[in-house]
Design a protein. Sequence first.
Length: 148
Amino acid sequence: MKNVINQMHQVWKDVKVQDKSAAGLKKINFDEIISSIFTTGPFYFYVIDFSNMSISHLSSGFEDIHGIKCSQIKNINDLLDLNHPDDMDFIFKAEAKAIDFIIKKIGLEKFTSYKGSYNFRIKTIDGTYRLFNHQALALLVDENYKLI
């Protein structure tokens, strides 16, 4: 095991800078780094208020990817309209299956501890549809574990 560890150190030694002061290091934005770890490419996020299906906290990455001003997105239907029509049945089934799994296998009391993830096509800024990895997690639930 020690030999393999030493080999790993050698791999890193070949590419590491020897003098940090000479490297002109830029300030690291850890929020951006952490966000990029959990995504597979350009990304955006938003919050759905399930009481009225409104959208808030839509990040600026949305405009870059879709070419639509964030201010134009008011509710979940505005986002759903961007999905490829042929994928809508799959999206419905994926959402239903994720919630069913949480209810029957995990337990509603753990709803906010898990996220669902699946892929579908969404219209992009150039009018084409691209495959996106959708990840969702419940941020808030009421005392009966219903989405807020």
